[in-house]
Design a binder for this molecule. Structure first.
Ligand SMILES: [Zn+2]
Length: 416
């Protein structure tokens, strides 16, 4: 397990990420002097510095800018030099721009509303049409944030990932992020993992976020919540949604949930499925009575280790890959033209193996793309595993042995 060192001590990285409250004082001291922490994933003389970022009252460790490739491949701060850059790249007009201080995001939803009566309903003007800079949908924001925090990758070392770890990696990536010109710390709340020991601090932090949502003198100030959906229940007037990390209810109109069910059918159908998780970005505002109303939302289907997936079959595949300690990446479709990407890439074979999960057999456009992708892989000599969900059980799909296991079995057969 990777260790980090700061404030005169060495601790497991995961412990810091899952218990940020316990390390707040020590990280605060280290942020002042020497101003950084160290990652010990490589021999001591490698001297890999980590940025200590403050997000409200807590501190999170992030990789040093442009240093990701220097970490050991299993390290949480490792960034694959071959990984695809974020859409937008250096384009200053992109909706989401990575800066040294954190992300700068322009959402296509309004965070303030002057006229309360006009605020109901779904407000999704098409991205890219506003003067100057483009803007991102809540889903594009959620997916890009997930990818920039490296949560679409699995390093094959463990078999679980808790929400606490996701929270730490998301906040480290956000840093001093700016959302629609405002500090993310004021308008964006990533739910904390619930821990009895930190209950007071966790609740106080959430209450402070809610208190910042105001509804008075004709203006509404909204905020974005990111968390895992626990349940959606019909109510007298619509639906209520509860996030796993906090018992508070968020209310929405039937129209908004109809929209969600149609827009993200795979995530919607997986509600209540214990093999899957659904991460939500909720744009919320406070009603005059003090309830929290969802004005807009995005749902992202994930595997049980929070790897984003495009279908419930991909969830099964991702869960299997995690349980078999495979190192892999979910290829997230973040830009136009990304539909030629494979579903997953196994990173522990040489060369890397593409994994395709095929549903929707017989749909002409889908079959055509399938054939195109096969041809591209053939030309480039890329090995692939194809799982046709209509014909085969997942357990019958054969995956290539990872390089390290093959090497180990070669060594043992030589010495035998
Ligand atoms: Zn490292």
């Amino acid at each position: 397990m990777a260790h980090v060192s700061f404030d005169g001590g060495t601790v497991p990285l995961e412990d810091v990420q899952e218990n940020p409250g316990q390390y707040a004082r020590r990280l605060e001291r280290a942020k002042i002097t020497p101003g950084f922490a160290l990652c010990l994933c490589k021999p001591a003389n490698a001297n890999l510095r980590l940025v200590i970022r403050r997000y409200r009252s807590l501190f999170h460790l992030a990789g040093w800018p442009d240093d990701g490739h220097r970490h050991a491949p299993g390290c949480g701060f490792y960034k694959d030099p071959n990984r695809r850059p974020l859409p937008g790249g250096d384009d200053p007009k992109a909706a989401i721009v990575a800066t040294p201080a954190g992300l700068n995001i322009k959402l296509d939803v309004s965070l303030t509303q002057r006229d309360v009566r006009a605020s109901a309903g779904i407000t999704t003007p098409p991205g890219g049409t506003r003067a100057g800079r483009r803007s991102a949908t809540l889903l594009a924001f959620l997916q890009t944030l997930w990818a920039s925090a490296g949560l679409h990758c699995w390093n094959g070392l463990g078999t679980t990932r808790h929400w606490g770890l996701c929270n730490a990696q998301l906040l480290a990536e956000l840093g001093d992020a700016v959302v629609n010109g405002r500090g993310a710390q004021d308008v964006l709340h990533v739910m904390r993992r619930y821990q009895e020991a930190d209950r007071a601090a966790i609740n106080a932090e959430f209450d402070a976020f809610v208190a910042g949502l105001t509804n008075g003198s004709g203006a509404v100030r909204r905020g974005v919540l990111i968390g895992e959906v626990a349940e959606v229940t019909p109510t007298q007037y619509g639906h209520s949604l509860v996030l796993r990390q906090n018992p508070r209810k968020y209310y929405a109109s039937p129209a908004l949930f109809d929209h969600a069910a149609k827009t993200w059918p795979h995530a919607w159908k997986a509600l209540g499925d214990r093999a899957a998780r659904i991460v939500a970005a909720l744009l919320v505002e406070k009603t005059v009575k003090g309830h929290l109303r969802i004005v807009n939302l995005a749902l992202m289907l994930c595997s049980s280790a929070y790897v984003p997936c495009d279908s419930i079959h991909e969830v099964s595949m991702a869960n299997r890959l995690v349980s078999e300690y495979r190192s892999f990446e979910k290829q997230m479709r973040l830009a136009d033209g990304d539909d030629m990407l494979p579903d997953f890439v196994l990173r522990d074979t040489e060369p890397r193996t593409h994994i395709e999960v095929y549903g929707m057999n017989g749909v002409a456009s889908y079959e055509e793309r399938k054939a195109e992708k096969r041809e591209l892989r053939r030309q480039r000599g890329i090995p692939a595993v194809e799982w046709d969900v209509d014909r085969t059980e997942l357990s019958a799909v054969t995956l290539p042995e990872p390089v390290h296991r093959r090497a180990a079995s070669l060594t043992s057969s030589q010495t035998a």
